[in-house]
Design a protein around this ligand. Structure first.
Ligand code: HEC
Length: 150
């Protein structure tokens, strides 16, 4: 009998805790206002790779799953989006200085080999995995744009 009450109260307090932590949000919006003039202009096939594999963190058009706003998962997902946007938000590409654009393009080939998209994200979004061809296309695009900007 006593055991049963303790068991019950554990779930009760867990629920209270889960509700309480919802008050603590990083408040990183999934979508932000977009200006067409600021958006990255790239060939369609490159854009579709970026949209599929990178835009859920590096853009103002994050496709938020249901848990995006549910703590404690939201703390991690929103922090990823916040940090990713700090590095590059492709929806604001044209706002960046040439130096910043070059810096990003220089980092891109290594990042897609070693760690992008993030593995924790890929475990939930298999469709975002970059194929060998996707990587080749992204690298070729980055190289071409780098040459143009220099
Ligand atoms: C799940 C979120 C997420 C996705 C999806 C994602 N990134 Fe990132 N990316 C991050 C975060 C967070 C950082 C910054 C923190 C870090 O370096 O771990 C980052 C950093 C980077 C950097 C800088 C790396 C460095 O060495 O400083 C580049 C370049 C990059 N991402 C490119 C991409 C590209 C290209 C894609 C798509 C193929 C992509 N990312 C997909 C979250 C993401």
């Amino acid at each position: 009998m006593l055991k049963k009450t303790i068991f019950k109260s554990f779930w009760f307090w867990l629920l209270v805790l889960l509700i309480a932590i919802q008050a603590f949000s990083l408040n990183v919006k999934a979508t932000l206002p977009i200006k067409e003039s600021e958006e990255l202009q790239v060939p369609k096939e490159v854009l579709s790779i970026l949209k599929r594999s990178c835009y859920d963190c590096h853009s103002s058009q994050v496709k938020a799953p249901w848990y995006y706003n549910v703590a404690p998962v939201s703390w991690f997902t929103q922090l990823h989006v916040k940090n990713a946007r700090k590095i590059v938000n492709f929806s604001k590409w044209n706002n960046y200085s040439k130096e910043k654009q070059l810096k990003i393009l220089k980092k891109l080939p290594k990042s897609i080999v070693i760690r992008m998209p993030m593995s924790t994200y890929l475990s939930m979004h298999k469709e975002a995995t970059l194929s060998h061809d996707d990587k080749k296309r992204l690298n070729a695009w980055a190289k071409e744009l780098k040459e143009k900007l220099k």
